[in-house]
Design a protein around this ligand. Structure first.
Ligand SMILES: Nc1ncnc2c1ncn2[C@@H]1O[C@H](COP(=O)(O)OP(=O)(O)OP(=O)(O)O)[C@@H](O)[C@H]1O
Length: 311
């Protein structure tokens, strides 16, 4: 059987419309697909965990129809079940997970490939522990974690009353542009200690530290061009000592990777990354925000099987 997890709120209703389309494809019934709908924020994780406990030996694949937030929740629901394949039909507003794993196919053809000729590739999700939590409390992330400036942007965007309205007009990206401009005015660079595989540096005047499982971020920006989801290593970008006008230049050039030539941008790779600060740092993980003073980030040891669309 195939478990379909639908977030009807993702993409301001886009995921729901895609699901309606997919249900009309004969394969949906022929291959025993069953849809379960998330009802509130956080539900995707508990729902997936319960379904997997009940049906684990029967499940061919868990298919997410939603955005990156839904993938994050479902992935955490599958944390103890790395053998169960995961597939994604992009129905959110950003869909970075889709940018890393799919190749611009139409949703109905992605669905047919998942059921007829699935090609799964190894995907090492990220793991994170905030504020020295226990190893067993580590959570998974599918795309990226960012600290500092981008953490504050995501928090400002998520709080904005205009988000729903702009999403309705498929202009969700604009909300991040507005949040970026607002945060640019108020952001105060931080002092952050970053340790990569035991090598510690204290960075002054940090704008952001962004760590990725793959290269895509913020709805398609290629922020970490060398990052790969099948690698055991994380990639990270550190942005420091940069004037405000140049921060805008960095976000303008990030779409084609031009930002990596700026002297204020440092790209590193490593197996274990620790980020510490004396003050509470704004962060985002797969697009959802929070605050922390320390975090430990690494990749899963056992890769998962994730559906990869054909080029
Ligand atoms: N029934 C629901 N009603 C409201 N919110 C929900 C519901 N089900 C899930 N959610 C929440 O919706 C949030 C946003 O979902 P998601 O990230 O998948 O879509 P998106 O924001 O449109 O896309 P993206 O993250 O790719 O930009 C998730 O954090 C999830 O917890």
């Amino acid at each position: 059987m195939y478990i379909v997890i639908l977030n009807p709120a993702a993409g301001n209703g886009r995921a729901k419309r895609l699901h309606e389309q997919i249900c009309t494809i004969p394969l949906y019934k022929e291959k025993d697909c069953r849809t379960f709908t998330t009802e509130y924020a956080g539900h995707g994780e508990s729902l997936t965990r319960q379904l997997v406990e009940i049906y684990k030996h029967k499940i061919e694949c868990v298919i997410v129809i939603g955005g990156d937030g839904t993938v994050h929740e479902v992935l955490n629901g599958l944390k103890k079940f790395p053998d169960i394949p995961l597939a994604f039909i992009p129905g959110g507003s950003g869909n970075d997970f889709g940018k890393a794993t799919l190749h611009k196919n139409r949703p109905d053809s992605i669905f047919q490939s998942i059921l007829n000729a699935p090609h799964y590739s190894p995907y090492r999700a990220g793991m994170y522990r905030m504020n020295r939590r226990n190893q067993k409390d580590a959570r998974l992330f599918a795309n990226s974690i960012g600290f500092g400036f981008d953490g504050e942007i995501v928090q400002a965007a998520n709080k904005s009353a205009m988000k729903k309205w702009l999403n309705h007009y498929h202009a969700g990206f604009l909300i991040y542009c507005l949040a970026l401009l607002r945060t640019l005015r108020t952001y105060k660079p931080k002092t952050i200690e970053v340790t990569v595989d035991g090598d510690t540096h204290i960075y002054q005047n940090i704008w952001m530290v962004t760590i990725g499982v793959h290269g895509y971020y913020g709805g398609g920006m290629k922020i970490l061009p060398g990052a790969s989801e099948d690698s055991e290593r994380l990639s990270l970008l550190i942005l420091q000592n940069i004037p405000k006008w140049k921060v805008l230049l960095m976000f303008a050039t990030v779409f084609w990777g031009g930002h990596t030539r700026l002297k204020e941008v440092e790209i590193l790779t490593g197996y274990h990354v620790e980020v510490k600060s004396n003050e509470a740092l704004a962060y985002h993980v797969d697009g959802e925000g929070g605050y922390c003073k320390s975090s430990h980030i690494y990749k899963e040891k056992i890769p998962r099987a994730v559906f990869k669309g054909k080029k």
